[in-house]
Ligand binder design. Structure first.
Ligand SMILES: Cc1cc2nc3c(=O)[nH]c(=O)nc-3n(C[C@H](O)[C@H](O)[C@H](O)COP(=O)(O)OP(=O)(O)OC[C@H]3O[C@@H](n4cnc5c(N)ncnc54)[C@H](O)[C@@H]3O)c2cc1C
Ligand SMILES: NC(=O)c1ccc[n+]([C@@H]2O[C@H](COP(=O)([O-])OP(=O)(O)OC[C@H]3O[C@@H](n4cnc5c(N)ncnc54)[C@H](O)[C@@H]3O)[C@@H](O)[C@H]2O)c1
Length: 473
């Protein structure tokens, strides 16, 4: 017999687990247990999105201030920057998140959750083990873990948690990887005074972005003093006295990496080589499942997966969106809540990479659109093509691009690279979700002088035929 029964059991109380539990129960009499083995609020709140963006925003403001005649004397105060980070992660205390869950009518339970049978979960926590039963469904929202190549495992290397939780800034740092974690972490660690070498095994950073975005980010890193090296992979790695000295502290003696053009010796190495769904310590075998069943969606109807754990885009906003959809559906199926309207057939994934310049994307790149079989036209404009954009920061590098279906005359994707483009991309997301033809978008008038006027340049750069009403060509 289970010690406790709930309608839903959600394993993992990151942003996604919190949202799915909330949406599955709100406006109904249904109950949910929300389990976390570490901190309520998850990776995002303490070790990922929040601390990284708390560190990056002042770096970005400093960069802008240093390129705005009329502002002088802006400097980075490293201690104050780390203190800001500590405040944004609530000093790694999750009391506020636990209070939120309780106030939302959820039952927070601290401990590691493991499936022990159909609709049954054992939680091993500080007060011992406890068996729970789900009357309706169990939701896996266990997030993801970093992938660390074997070469680096015995070095006690830094991972993204150390980079966001930095306490001792390494004088010299090698960053392995050319993805989002690598380029964002290189940005704030270089600003904190580290001499950073970025080791990218491919020929560009951010390999899934538009090539012009990769080039602009690499140039931005170089201008911030980062030594960006392409086509480089370490064949050996050595470190005396490697041991984990604590979050964000230097983990032992110097690290030497064997690189094709000779050894590189640094105080610390940050391994940022990707993440995978956290599914290995979840008891999947107890219910006859493997990790591939979860990521392929081959699950019994009492078991669901959302967020990073599901293998979908590992982004907080995407996981939270899926949690809202899945949660509302559970509330409808089991609690009689009115159903939400069906989502559109295809919902695009946006992403912002908070480097200098920022990269903001949504939908398909030009290459991905062609691979998907679309006949494509693109339009492109340099950052200073709109005076409102140029006014934001003198000498700013950047570019914007639209990818348009030439037959349907609708957007397939958009990329904005430049200062504060994070706030530009949502207009494109709305246009994509609404399927608004570009001939209609021409009548969405951006204010003068704003960066949004880049939309005028982009829409003017498209073939004139796309301005006409269908059937008038
Ligand atoms: C450095 C970095 C920066 C990032 N920045 C951004 C960003 O700016 N924007 C963005 O959209 N995304 C960002 N991401 C990605 C984002 O962090 C993840 O997509 C997001 O955290 C996923 O949320 P989640 O709830 O699925 O998982 P998580 O946030 O990982 O939460 C999962 C929770 O489950 C718990 N858990 C796991 N297994 C068990 C178990 N068996 N029992 C009990 N509890 C368990 C964990 O303790 C954790 O609290 C970043 C990632 C990194 C690494
Ligand atoms: N601003 C944001 O939205 C944000 C910020 C940080 C992280 N994230 C999310 O976190 C996820 C994980 O980020 P990430 O940067 O760790 O992964 P990633 O998949 O984006 O990049 C991994 C990088 O490591 C390289 N790599 C892989 N194996 C390697 C090896 N053996 N040797 C050398 N290089 C190797 C890859 O070529 C790639 O450049 C991302 O998918 C992203 O969605 C998002």
């Amino acid at each position: 017999m289970a010690d406790d029964a709930f309608d839903f059991i959600v394993i993992g109380a990151g942003p996604v687990g919190e949202n799915v539990a909330q949406y599955a129960t709100q406006g109904t009499d249904l109950t949910a247990a929300l389990i976390d083995g570490e901190l309520f609020g998850g990776e995002c709140s303490y070790y990922a999105c929040m601390p990284s963006k708390a560190l990056l925003r002042p770096v970005s403001v400093l960069r802008t201030a240093s390129h705005l005649p009329g502002v002088t004397g802006a400097t980075l105060d490293a201690r104050a920057l780390l203190a800001r980070r500590d405040a944004w992660v609530a000093h790694y205390d999750d009391a506020g998140q636990v209070r939120w869950a309780t106030d939302a009518g959820l039952r927070p339970i601290r401990g590691h959750g493991r499936l022990i049978g159909e609709r049954r979960v054992r939680v091993e926590g500080p007060d011992g083990a406890r068996d729970l039963e789900a009357r309706c469904a169990v939701v896996i929202a266990t997030g993801s873990v970093p992938v660390v190549p074997a070469l680096f495992r015995d070095l006690a290397p830094w991972g993204s948690r150390d980079a966001t939780g930095v306490r001792e800034v390494p004088g010299t740092l090698a960053v392995v990887g050319g993805g989002v974690v690598a380029v964002e972490a290189a940005t704030w660690l270089a600003a904190l005074g580290s001499d950073v070498t970025l080791l990218v095994r491919g020929e560009r950073v951010l390999a899934s972005a538009e090539p012009f975005a990769s080039d602009l980010v690499a140039a931005g890193l170089r201008s911030a003093g980062v030594d960006v090296r392409f086509g480089v992979e370490a064949s050996g790695a050595h470190r005396p006295h490697a041991h984990d000295t604590g979050l964000g502290r230097i983990h032992g003696g110097h690290v030497t990496l064997d690189l094709p053009d000779g050894p590189l010796t640094v105080e610390e190495v940050l391994v940022a080589t990707g993440r995978r769904p956290r599914l290995d310590d979840l008891g999947l075998d107890a219910v006859g499942l493997g990790r591939d069943d979860v990521t392929a969606g081959r699950l019994p109807d009492w078991l669901l997966a959302v967020g990073d754990a599901s293998g979908e885009a590992p982004l907080t906003h995407w996981g939270k969106y899926r949690a809202r959809v899945v949660g509302a559906d559970l509330a409808h199926r089991f609690g009689g809540a009115p159903p939400d309207a069906d989502p559109p057939e295809s919902v695009p994934v946006p992403q912002v990479i908070f480097t200098d310049p920022q990269v903001a994307t949504v939908g398909l790149t030009e290459a991905a659109a062609r691979d998907a079989g679309h006949r494509v036209v693109t339009s492109s404009a340099p950052w200073d093509a709109a005076s409102g954009a140029a006014l934001l920061q003198d000498d700013a590098a950047g570019r914007a691009q639209l990818v348009v279906d030439a037959d349907e005359g609708v957007l397939l994707g958009a990329t904005f690279v430049g200062p504060d483009t994070a706030e530009l991309v949502h207009a494109a997301t709305i246009a994509l979700v609404g399927g608004i033809p570009v001939r209609v978008l021409r009548h969405a008038v951006p204010s003068y002088p704003t960066a949004s006027e880049l939309w005028l340049r982009l829409l003017e750069d498209l073939p004139v035929e796309l301005r006409r009403a269908p059937g008038t060509l």
